[in-house]
Structures are given as C-alpha cells and as structure tokens.
Ligand binder design. Sequence first.
Ligand code: GAL
Length: 452
Amino acid sequence: MIDKRYANKRGGAKTWSAGSCKWLVSWVANCLFICSAGMAGAVAATPAAGAGQPAASLQVVHWWTSAGERKSVDVLAGRLAEENIQWRDLAIPGGAGLGASKVLKSMVLAGKAPEATQLNGIVFGEWADLGLLLELDDVATPGGWQKLLFPTVWSLVHNRGHVVAAPLGIHRINNLFYNKKVFDRLGLAAPRTWPEFERVAEKLKQAGVTPLAQSSEAWQVATLFETLVLAESGPAYYRSLFVDLNPAAFGDARMTHALKRLRSLKQWMPQPLRERPWPEATRQLADGDAAMFVMGDWAKGELLAWGLNTDQDFSCAAVPGTADYHLYSVDTLAMFAGDYSHQPAQEKLAQLIMSQPVQSAYNQVKGAIPVWRAPDLSKMDSCARASWSAFSKGSAFQAPSLVHRMAADETAKDAIVAEVHRYFVDDKMSESDIQRRLASIARSVSKTGKQE
Ligand code: GAL
C-alpha cells in the first residue's frame, strides 16, 4: 500500500477504486522487471547550486539527456539556483521517456517519489486521482495561469478543479526538417505535397544523398506514422482514432492509405535501417548525409546546441498535407506531495517555470514554443513562429500526439505503437491484417466501450 504521507492534502484520504488497484498491480509487475535495470541506467548529476549551502533541494526525474535537452535543464537548474534551491538531477536515458516512466513508477512504489518529475500527458490525471501530486493552485491562481495559458494547455494541467502540473513548452511533432545547404546546392524547395516530396526525394537520391533520415526504433517509427495519419484527413479523423479509440476508424480506407505511405517512405530511408537514438538520426541531417527528417522540434534544440542556425544550416517545413495543423506534445513537471516539507521549493519551481523570462529562455534552447498564448514573438525563429501560428488557430487545428502521451493512456499507446512498428519492419504483413489488430486493441482498451 502507498505510504499515508502521499494522501492528498486537500482531498484528504482517498477512496481506492478497483481501477486504481488494477493500475497499482500493473505497477508492481513492471517494477519487478524494470526497477533494477532502469536505475542502473540512470544518470544522476548534481549541478552546483550557487554559493554556500542551498536552502532546499529538489530531486527531478526526467529523460532529457541529449545536448539540447541538457541545455534546457541547465536553464531551469540555473534559475532555481538563483533562488538558493538545488536541482538534484535524475535523468533516465531513453527517447520519449520510455525508461523514465517505468523507473518513476518503481520509485513511487518503493516510497521514494522524487519531489518533481517530467510527467507528460493525460497520465497525470490518474496520478492526481491517487492523491500523489501536489496541487499548485496557490501558485496558479494568483499567477493568473488560466488567462496566460493556451486553453488546451490549461485543460491538460487541470484535474478536477486543481492545477496538478507546471507546463514548460509545446513541441510540434509534424515538422519536416531539411538540410538547407543540401537543398540550396541542388536547387530544391521544401515539398508541400506528397507528389512534391517524391520528386525532391528522387533528386536527392540521384545526387547520392539519403532523402529521409529515420531510426527503426518503435516510438520513432510511430512518431512518423502519426504525422502521416494527420496528413490523411486532419485532426478530426486523427482524434477518432487515437483519442476516441473508435474501432471502426481503424478499418477506414484513410488508415490503409496512411499505412501504405509509411511503408513506401522506406525506399527513401537509410539502408539498412538501424535502430538508433533520435540524436543520431538528427546528426545525419546535420552532416548532410540525409536531407530531410520528420521529428518533434526537440531535434531543432539539438541542432542549435550543436551550433547550427535556423534558415542557414537547416529549416523547418510541415510534413506534407499538415501545414495548417499542429500535432502537439506538451512537456510538464508535476510535483509529488510527499510530506509537504518541499512544498515552498516546489511552488517556487512551478512559479519560475511559468515566468516570462524562463518560458522564453527555456523554449529557445528546447526547440519548443512557450505555453503562454501571447508570448514574446520577437524571440522566436521561423520554425517557432510557424508552430505558434498553427497552435494559435485553436483546438480544431490541434492534434494530441499519441506517441508522446497526449491522446491515450500508456496501455493503449504502447499497444498501438508496437503494432505499427511490426507492420513497418515486416513487409509481409498486410494492411488489412494490422488494421484488424488495431481495431481489436481499440475495442479492448476504449474507455467509451464503443463497438463497431
Ligand atoms: C518527448 C518530450 C521531449 C523530448 C522527446 C525526446 O516525449 O516531450 O521533451 O524529450 O521526448 O526524448
């Protein structure tokens, strides 16, 4: 049973539902396998926290380990140090937080919850319902968060009338990065449609350049795939699949088409296609070994950290057919309530995260855009401005990333990602086969219990 210290302050003792128990049981199962392995891979670092002994410290779990991500952590840790609070870093390697989310669960189960954690997506509603998270209303209400935030971000961090996470930035996933020097040398323009993409890719291939960087890692394949789904017919259909988990939508011809596109893009990717971390695929783009790359704009943070410049060395376009849309992932830090002894420092961190200077400085290095609906646009490069314009159009133009936990819970996400990956690596698997499998996943995990 979870330590009583974790009972929610405002909500008092929690009622444990059957759902909560089932969830905890799966935690335990995960923990047995992952706890030791995950902890062994953790990168613990303790940046200096200003002169003298810091008044307080916060252990922060996250998965930001690449060059650009480390620079973003440094912005937060440095700003916190100015308040005499030490950021005790617990970085769990693994793109998209696959390792971090498991290690975090095992830490909580062992009664060793960190004071703060990167906890993206709808999952923190579940954690908040268990009474584990510190409610940040004492910072959010006087700070006017509801007015400052984009409505989508406000509803994400808001659970049952309380703010339960501090939002850092909004990443766009449907970016087509391209190497500007290679494109200029070959006289190419960024493709806006799929036929244009094919023509550009053909020319690149003839010139001996790999058209499209890609890793075969499952989450990276699925990240590409979700952009293709969005390209098929926009956010409404996307949501019927990944938010509503409507089984019938998975049998639709648009799904068949997106799957075929995923498979046909393989011809433009490096051969043999290897499983590699996303910064390595980004490196291929930076070096001009590959000319285009579809990835969340944390890849831009990486390119900038390596000294490349937007619109000189690389540029961003939208994945063909998605220029009007924003496939988003919002990074957030949630705080564990514990015995409340860290509450002043945790609230200070939340307050800093939402301050204008930190929003601006952090997001410039991270590659994301601020969560404020009216940020300082003068600090943004062309990629960030395009992202901000698309996101500002409102929810009808926004699509929550499945892979980055914005659309469905971990179980549904993992099952769908695994099937898409299987289809991608096994050319013998037919579209109808995988569509049947996806529909059956949707049928079994759909909260609405919708049937075909
Ligand atoms: C995403 C996260 C980003 C970045 C990326 C690569 O899920 O939102 O901040 O870390 O994973 O690991």
